[in-house]
Design a protein around this ligand. Structure first.
Ligand SMILES: [Zn+2]
Ligand SMILES: [Zn+2]
Length: 121
């Protein structure tokens, strides 16, 4: 299984992939691609005041904050449970966000999907 992190603005879907929108909004373009909303937007924004922490996160910090955020982790587990069956039938998964090629919380989602998948085998 391969998980691709895609930029909503500039990238095209991988052939035969199941697509998930991982940002804070689902755009019309993604709906046209048949993407599902992963409901996994990072609650810790980059470069503007974080409503949870009250500070401005740099990019790396926003990922770290996301990684240990209990509510986000709960949503990630729900996502993996909810989508387990669908994920099992796809060789390719596209994760759509606004950030690629910059790092973002999609890396955490990618790791979790791959980890979960290898656990299945
Ligand atoms: Zn924060
Ligand atoms: Zn992102």
């Amino acid at each position: 299984m391969q998980v691709h992190i895609k930029n909503e603005r500039t990238d095209h879907p991988t052939e035969g992939a199941i697509g998930y929108s991982c940002g804070r909004y689902t755009t019309r373009k993604l709906q046209l691609h048949g993407c599902r909303d992963a409901k996994l937007g990072n609650p810790h924004p980059v470069g503007k005041r974080c409503p949870r922490c009250g500070i401005i996160h740099a990019r790396g910090e926003a990922i770290e904050a996301c990684k240990v955020d209990p509510e986000w982790r709960y949503r990630l587990r729900s996502f993996l449970r909810r989508e387990a069956k669908r994920l099992r039938y796809h060789q390719h998964v596209d994760l759509w966000c606004w950030c690629a090629p910059a790092a973002c919380h999609c890396d955490l989602i990618k790791q979790a999907i791959l980890h979960n998948h290898s656990g299945d085998a």
